[in-house]
Design a protein around this ligand. Structure first.
Ligand SMILES: C[S@@+](CC[C@H](N)C(=O)[O-])C[C@H]1O[C@@H](n2cnc3c(N)ncnc32)[C@H](O)[C@@H]1O
Length: 353
């Protein structure tokens, strides 16, 4: 069985790890995690309990020689430092940001591919310039890069959660984004029975909610927007780590339990909840939708050339010039466009030699 090695950066409680495990199983490969990193002690504890290894702490403090060779880099990097990415261009511009730490590792270790995940907001930040710089920096490092916003609702989860995924390959790859839309799992299948009283909103809040909307026979999640407007949906709006207690209420009366939140993110029930309700709520809110990440990794694994997987070329500076890479990338896009028009079908055309 072919073996690939990966690293799990900003690992949180292991959303990407579950996704990688699922994709590896589908592709009949053995995936070994050779490094995980998260600065948060509660995440580290939860990760250790569930995956048997304590993630390394602050990414800034991991020297290159401590980063093992790997084929795949996975990172759901935090969104706070966008504003730091200023007006210059590419890799240099990212210095001082957590994204730069990813770029640093890519430059030093040169894995075959990477998958990054972030909030949808990144796409629109600073009129799209921030994302453009991130992509530019990744291309400058010699990777063939593509990006797409995907919604967890299209991957079987009853949660409207849009996230941007960025994939990159060291060699040109015939990658296409997952396109199959899976029906949403009914909310009722995810909700727990006999939920403890502590999750119920105060009488005042419940009465206020009921005065605005009526419960239905199928469960709904009531969402309160910034201006106080309440809407009920048969799915959850995006879980948020720092949201107010009453932001999402099941049938307008109670908060989601940590287990329900994890299920909404596609975590299996075998995941052990070892932290306080508050911590678990924050961890689930920060996590990624596992089936979406799994579908992306699955496509990326299929697109990647895995010959000589054991021969790491980390320190070999073989990448073509940036001009050559850009030309190849553009050529590939044009080729794909032509193929699409000709066949009138949504297909990813093969990469020209
Ligand atoms: C958006 S969350 C990623 C969650 C993860 N993808 C999951 O599925 O659970 C970002 C994570 O980055 C971690 N983090 C923030 N700064 C960090 C740093 N300097 N070094 C390592 N981890 C950091 C946070 O603790 C948080 O868990």
């Amino acid at each position: 069985m072919m073996k690939v090695r990966y690293i799990d950066l900003f690992c949180g409680v292991g959303g990407f790890r579950y996704a990688m495990q699922g994709a590896a199983l589908k592709n009949k490969i053995k995936a070994e995690c050779v490094l995980s990193s998260d600065i948060d002690p509660d995440c580290q504890r939860a990760y250790a309990e569930n995956f048997g290894e304590k993630p390394t702490g602050d990414i800034h403090n991991i020297p290159p020689e401590q980063i093992p060779d790997h084929d795949i880099l996975l990172a759901g990097f935090p969104c706070q430092p966008f504003s730091i990415i200023g007006s210059r261009k590419g890799f240099e511009d990212a210095r001082g940001t957590l994204f730069f730490e990813i770029a640093r590792i890519l430059e030093q270790k040169r894995p075959k591919m990477f998958v990054l995940e972030n909030v949808k907001l990144l796409a629109g930040h600073n009129n799209g310039k921030t994302l453009a710089r991130i992509i530019e920096a990744l291309r400058e490092l010699g990777y063939f890069v593509d990006k797409k916003i995907l919604n967890a609702l299209d991957f079987g989860l009853p949660q409207r959660r849009e996230r941007i995924f960025i994939v990159g390959f060291r060699l040109p790859a015939n990658f296409s984004w997952p396109s199959e839309i899976k029906p949403m799992k009914p909310l009722r299948e995810l909700l727990e029975k006999n939920v403890p009283k502590k999750f119920y909103a105060s009488k005042y809040i419940r009465e206020k909610r009921i005065s605005k909307l009526k419960p239905t026979s199928e469960p709904t999640i009531w969402h309160e927007n910034k201006s106080g407007h309440i809407s009920a949906y048969p799915y959850s709006c995006a879980l948020r780590a720092g949201a107010s207690y009453n932001y999402l209420l099941v049938n307008g009366e109670r908060r989601l339990t940590p287990r329900e939140m994890l299920r909404l993110q596609g975590f299996p029930d075998t995941f052990k909840i070892v932290c306080s309700d508050n911590q678990a709520r924050k961890q689930a809110g920060n996590s990624l939708p596992v089936p979406v990440a799994e579908a992306v990794i699955n496509q990326a694994i299929k697109a990647c050339s895995w010959e000589n997987v054991s021969g790491y070329e980390a320190n070999v500076k073989t990448r073509p010039s940036i001009e050559r890479q850009m030309a190849l990338f553009e050529k590939r896009k044009r080729y794909a466009k032509i193929a699409k028009t000709k066949n009138r079908r949504k297909i990813q055309a093969p990469v020209p030699a």
